[in-house]
Design a binder for this molecule. Structure first.
Ligand SMILES: *[C@@H]1O[C@H](CO)[C@@H](O)[C@H](O)[C@H]1NC(C)=O
Ligand SMILES: *[C@@H]1O[C@H](CO)[C@@H](O)[C@H](O)[C@H]1NC(C)=O
Ligand SMILES: *[C@@H]1O[C@H](CO)[C@@H](O)[C@H](O)[C@H]1NC(C)=O
Ligand SMILES: *[C@@H]1O[C@H](CO)[C@@H](O)[C@H](O)[C@H]1NC(C)=O
Ligand SMILES: *[C@@H]1O[C@H](CO)[C@@H](O)[C@H](O)[C@H]1NC(C)=O
Ligand SMILES: *[C@@H]1O[C@H](CO)[C@@H](O)[C@H](O)[C@H]1NC(C)=O
Ligand SMILES: *[C@@H]1O[C@H](CO)[C@@H](O)[C@H](O)[C@H]1NC(C)=O
Ligand SMILES: *[C@@H]1O[C@H](CO)[C@@H](O)[C@H](O)[C@H]1NC(C)=O
Ligand SMILES: *[C@@H]1O[C@H](CO)[C@@H](O)[C@H](O)[C@H]1NC(C)=O
Ligand SMILES: *[C@@H]1O[C@H](CO)[C@@H](O)[C@H](O)[C@H]1NC(C)=O
Ligand SMILES: *[C@@H]1O[C@H](CO)[C@@H](O)[C@H](O)[C@H]1NC(C)=O
Ligand SMILES: *[C@@H]1O[C@H](CO)[C@@H](O)[C@H](O)[C@H]1NC(C)=O
Length: 431
């Protein structure tokens, strides 16, 4: 439908005479050559040199001039790179390569296409930077949809310099970092700006407020770099210079030392800074790393409290902060409401306070609760039996008092229980 509209539009506005279309043919053949897997056989069966390119699957041509105006290859099951020779399809208005398995970079040559209105490359595995020209110098471009790829780099500071028609820019689910450039306000026809789930940092520039046509702005889930920079800021001494030399804002956080990201979604899944000789406190901003599965800051010199914000992390399975000098109470949420938490190792710190009476209320997966060598006092709560998967419970060298609750006997998976050096009444024999 859109294609037809575009073609008719083209016929009405174009006065270009019939042209030799071997250029287009050569460009399409070069495109075909760069395809490594043609799952559905669309190209191998339907892009034959003895037929007109205008009859090839996914190819649309202008009715009069027979030049390629549209390429709709969505969902063709293609693997390979997007050939830079597409930049020779000078009449192209519509390029849809969505939902394939393209890899490599988006060719910068696309920005040579002075009639291009739509680029759809969503749901592929494109990587590298978005070619500068595409975002700064495409006078006819209206739609760019690059969602769900592996694109990285920063947006050019002069974005929108000469893209006056751009209505929709969708970059959701990539790894684009840096600031959202102020120059964005020059895209004065922008209706939809979707930047969520990337790694942008800083504030939304006030200039976004000048986009008067904007009806949709999505920027959530972008604060990963901010969260890690806040973490870095709370480090007072970085003995080996690991963070100061490696955690640089001009690189992707997924390349930062100690940071691991999910292969597909590129969110931070693990932070492991064990034994880095770090001094300082643990930033509450860690609570913004919503995809975090594992946190290991063991064997450092951290002080201060464990941030309660950790309990916001609904995917967190492993917490290891042993061998530091954390103090204060263990945030209640961590011991009562972490539905996937498997182990928590808080040994050898200066944690104090009592355990919450509703401990284990919603920590059904907890296997190891290691609190050895702290200053935790009060009774061992009866509710402990709700941690029915508990295998290892180490409470020795604290200041627990009172009776050992009989409910501990209900923990049928328990293989290690250590309680020595407390003021507990009664004997409990370590199995
Ligand atoms: C596309 O154009 C470039 C520059 O004009 C040229 O070097 C290249 O050979 C062309 N590609 C094809 C496949 O004709
Ligand atoms: C084009 O060539 C293929 C084989 O390469 C053949 O099967 C087909 O019949 C030919 N089509 C025309 C229209 O000549
Ligand atoms: C890409 O290929 C993988 C397997 O190689 C497949 O699971 C996935 O669905 C493909 N993606 C698309 C969009 O076709
Ligand atoms: C913008 O694109 C046009 C046409 O491709 C080119 O001539 C011009 O040099 C480009 N301008 C910039 C600033 O890149
Ligand atoms: C791009 O393609 C996807 C899937 O093929 C589709 O859902 C989306 O609407 C397209 N985007 C634009 C801007 O046309
Ligand atoms: C994403 O791109 C990076 C390089 O930029 C590469 O190391 C990584 O393997 C890519 N991820 C996927 C899923 O292809
Ligand atoms: C943005 O809008 C404000 C008023 O709403 C105006 O004062 C300002 O000059 C505009 N900025 C730009 C860059 O257009
Ligand atoms: C990043 O910035 C640092 C200095 O701040 C510089 O030394 C380094 O070369 C830059 N790296 C890249 C990839 O630009
Ligand atoms: C963290 O890194 C250390 C050293 O490389 C390793 O021994 C430890 O198992 C890692 N922690 C986690 C939770 O993977
Ligand atoms: C990130 O964490 C800080 C500290 O907990 C909080 O103030 C801020 O609102 C969080 N940001 C987002 C976007 O959740
Ligand atoms: C926590 O880290 C320490 C090393 O820093 C390691 O010895 C210990 O086994 C880890 N705890 C768990 C439960 O894996
Ligand atoms: C740990 O912190 C406590 C205060 O919270 C302090 O009294 C103690 O000396 C510290 N221990 C070490 C080994 O630094």
């Amino acid at each position: 439908m859109l294609l037809t509209t575009i073609n008719i539009f083209f016929m009405l506005t174009s006065s270009t005479p019939l042209a030799d279309f071997t250029t287009d043919r050569d460009a399409l053949l070069a495109f075909k050559k760069a395809i490594t897997v043609d799952t559905s056989g669309a190209l191998s069966k339907k892009w034959l040199t003895n037929t007109s390119i205008c009859d090839w699957a996914g190819v649309s041509c202008g009715i009069k001039h027979q030049r390629v105006t549209g390429l709709d290859l969505s969902n063709f099951g293609l693997h390979g790179i997007l050939s830079l020779h597409l930049g020779n399809l000078t009449f192209l208005q519509y390029l849809d390569a969505s939902s394939n398995n393209f890899t490599g970079v988006l060719p910068a040559e696309l920005s040579k296409l002075r009639r291009l209105k739509l680029v759809n490359a969503t749901c592929n595995n494109f990587n590298g930077q978005i070619p500068r020209g595409i975002l700064t110098n495409m006078t006819t471009l209206e739609y760019i949809d690059l969602r769900f790829n592996n694109l990285t780099g920063a947006l050019p500071s002069n974005i929108c310099n000469n893209t006056p028609k751009l209505k929709r820019l969708s970059l959701i689910m990539n790894q684009i970092y840096g600031k959202i450039p102020r120059s964005i306000h020059k895209c004065s026809n922008m209706e939809e700006l979707s930047l969520s789930t990337n790694m942008f940092n800083g504030n939304i520039p006030t200039e976004v407020g000048n986009l008067t046509m904007l009806t949709l702005l999505s920027i959530y889930d972008n604060d990963l770099q901010d969260a890690l920079l806040a973490f870095k800021k709370a480090i007072t001494v970085d003995t080996n210079g690991v963070l100061s030399n490696n955690w640089l804002t001009n690189t992707s956080i997924c390349d930062w030392v100690g940071v691991s990201c999910g292969i597909k979604h590129h969110r931070v899944t693990a932070l492991n800074l064990s034994n880095f000789a770090l001094y300082g406190s643990l930033s509450p901003h860690l609570g913004n790393l919503t995809f975090l599965l594992s946190l290991d800051v063991s064997s450092n010199y951290f002080t201060g409290v464990l941030p309660a914000e950790l309990s916001k992390l609904r995917r967190l399975k492993q917490v290891n902060v042993t061998y530091n000098n954390f103090s204060g109470e263990i945030p209640r949420g961590i011991l009562t409401n972490m539905s996937v938490l498997e182990y928590i190792d808080l040994r050898f710190n200066s944690l104090s306070g009592a355990l919450p009476s509703d401990i284990c209320n919603n920590t059904p997966k907890l296997k190891q609760l290691l609190l050895k060598m702290n200053q935790i006092y009060g009774k061992i709560p009866r509710n402990i039996h709700k941690c029915s998967k508990l295998e290892e419970l180490r409470l020795s060298m604290n200041m627990f008092s009172g009776n050992i609750p009989t409910e501990v006997g209900n923990l049928s998976m328990l293989t290690t229980l250590s309680l020595c050096s407390n003021d507990l009444l009664g004997n409990y024999i370590n199995p």
